[in-house]
Ligand binder design. Structure first.
Ligand code: AMP
Length: 545
């Protein structure tokens, strides 16, 4: 067979030639709905490719984006990777210091930024010496008066509408995403052209996202969260119509777009669906075209599965993955036999994270690394391997504790595997909290709490929350004789972290459980506090998130 490389540029070239008229609809950052198609998108990606070369971007250089889901952002994806540079999506929800750390660690040379994030620049630009230019994803009329800012539309207009996409090794890096480190700083995961294309083939399959010209897909999942789960690439591969929500992710805005644009499938984290369902219930709304909703990033709650399916006739498909796995690992679609089962039994399966996509393998191991049986009863550390699972973190030399010989990657999730191949997450061994789809570092909060003179020992765990799914709880052992108001401690911690990291409550205990090596046992602590309910109002003076 001919050994042609799997390259991202081939996706957009194919989409333009074969699905040229297929639409991409954006709720723009400026406000109005914007319509384009794959043919135009390809032309503009070629203009941008020319512009990148003119700005001195070399193969392998990192080019950052700080942007919502829009067709301009899709153009940047294809142009940057297409010339052999690396498209680095930054998460605007991170604190400025973290963004600076990540920009500098990646050595980004250009930054494409949406109008909404222009105010962030004052704290980024001066601290990021490698950054040569900032381009605002808009036209000149919308730009603030600042001679250092370049308007995206001006940049495009200066360059020809055709560009000869270069050919290179398919293992070349194409994009970069940082994930929160459980200890220390965030870590970068580099995707390759090959991994991205193989992942696209996988997610397009019928039992997974079922993409194609027949589908209109609205990714609520941001393009800065593992490349919107790979949807922009797989949509171009299959000619899927894309509806991009821009900055408005509240229930009403998402509902409006789902209806106005006759969306058939949508994907995002549970918090987004909770906001959508609340809006619909409060206003007595129904879906007229939506068939499927993909839920990932956090566990899909049973009530959500039932509400979508029983009240709205929309199938909920539960998926699991990670930044390190591109992200798709497992997908929960019922077998034909299961679809004949009573509803309760079907829902019990749908609560599981599902079966591995073709291309990845899963196993569970104990603390000694021994592979555990797939009975559906025994829990172990979940490991995964496959061609779109990362083999090391960006710039991290030497052996990593999460990467093993034979390609196994330790996920930090604790799970069961059943004889039918379904995986279910039962706990987490990594020390982080996932609130509304975003990570909060327990260790940072613990260190800050320990900095209070009344605190002898501190642990932070995630506890269930109806809207954010998990919120941080401080568990504190006080120094002998010390007294402390919960509010005082929360305010002390919150003063030094992003607003939404603020712990919701404090529990004072006499002692914390420890492992044999003297570390706080979070698994035991979570078990001890499994019946703990957060107060209705967060303690302290701020909002929950
Ligand atoms: P991220 O790298 O930010 O995408 O986060 C990946 C982590 O999110 C996984 O290792 C899990 O801990 C969690 N996660 C993702 N999807 C699910 C899911 N469907 N159910 C439970 N946890 C999930």
């Amino acid at each position: 067979m001919h050994d042609s490389p799997l390259l991202i540029s081939s996706l957009i070239r194919h989409a333009a030639r074969v699905f040229g008229d297929q639409e991409l609809v954006t709720r723009s950052v400026e406000g109005p709905i914007h319509r384009t198609n794959y043919r135009e998108l390809h032309v503009r990606a070629q203009q941008l490719a020319g512009a990148l070369i003119a700005l001195g971007v070399q193969p392998g250089d990192r080019v950052a984006t700080l942007a919502w889901n829009t067709s301009r952002h899709v153009e940047v994806y294809f142009a940057v990777s297409g010339i052999g540079a690396v498209c680095h999506t930054l998460n605007p929800r991170l604190a400025p210091e973290q963004l600076c750390y990540i920009l500098n660690h990646a050595g980004d040379v250009l930054l494409f930024v949406d109008l909404s994030f222009v105010p962030h620049l004052a704290r980024l630009g001066p601290n990021c010496p490698a950054l040569r230019k900032v381009i605002v994803l808009s036209d000149r009329a919308h730009l603030p008066a600042d001679p250092d800012l370049l308007a995206y539309e001006d940049l495009l207009a200066e360059h020809p509408q055709s560009f000869a996409w270069p050919s290179f090794d398919e293992n070349t890096a194409s994009s970069l995403c940082y994930t929160s480190g459980t200890t220390g700083e965030p870590k970068g995961v580099l995707y390759s052209h090959r991994s991205t294309l193989l992942h696209s083939f996988a997610i397009a399959l019928p039992d997974l996202f079922n993409l194609g010209e027949h589908e209109t897909v609205l990714p609520v999942v941001p393009m800065f969260h593992v490349n919107a789960w790979g949807i922009p690439y797989a949509a171009a591969m299959t000619g899927t119509r894309l509806v991009l929500p821009g900055p408005k992710l509240d229930g009403e805005s998402v509902y409006q777009l789902l209806e106005d644009e006759r969306v058939t499938m949508t994907a995002g984290v549970p918090t987004v669906w909770m906001m959508l369902l609340n809006y619909m219930q409060q206003h007595g709304k129904r879906f007229s075209t939506l068939k499927r909703v993909i839920v990932g990033g956090s566990a899909a709650p049973e009530a959500m599965i039932r509400t979508f399916q029983d009240q709205y006739g929309v199938e909920l498909r539960h998926a699991w993955g990670m930044t390190e796995t591109s992200p798709l690992g497992t997908f929960c679609s019922l077998t034909p036999a299961m679809k004949q089962w009573p509803t309760d039994e079907q829902v019990a399966v749908q609560r599981k994270q599902g079966r591995p996509a073709f291309g990845v393998e899963l196993r569970i191991v104990d603390d000694a690394g021994t592979v555990l049986p797939e009975t559906g009863e025994v829990s172990g550390d979940l490991q995964i391997r496959g061609p779109w699972v990362c083999s090391a973190y960006y710039k991290q030399e030497g052996e990593s504790p999460t990467h093993h010989p034979q390609g196994w990657f330790s996920t930090g999730d604790v799970a069961t595997l059943d004889p039918a191949g379904f995986m279910q997450i039962t706990d987490r061994s990594k020390d982080v909290i996932k609130s509304g789809g975003e990570w909060i570092s327990s260790i940072t909060l613990e260190n800050l709490a320990m900095g209070h003179p009344a605190v002898a020992e501190a642990a932070v765990i995630g506890v269930a929350h109806p809207r954010w799914f998990e919120r941080p709880l401080l568990v504190i052992v006080l120094r002998p004789g010390a007294e402390l108001e919960p509010t005082e401690l929360i305010d002390h911690v919150a003063a030094q972290v992003p607003r939404w990291w603020r712990p919701d409550a404090v529990v004072f205990v006499d002692a914390l459980p420890h492992t044999a090596t003297g570390k706080v046992s979070k698994l035991l602590l979570r078990q001890q506090l499994k019946d703990y309910k957060l107060p209705d109002e967060p303690q302290g003076t701020g909002d929950a998130a």
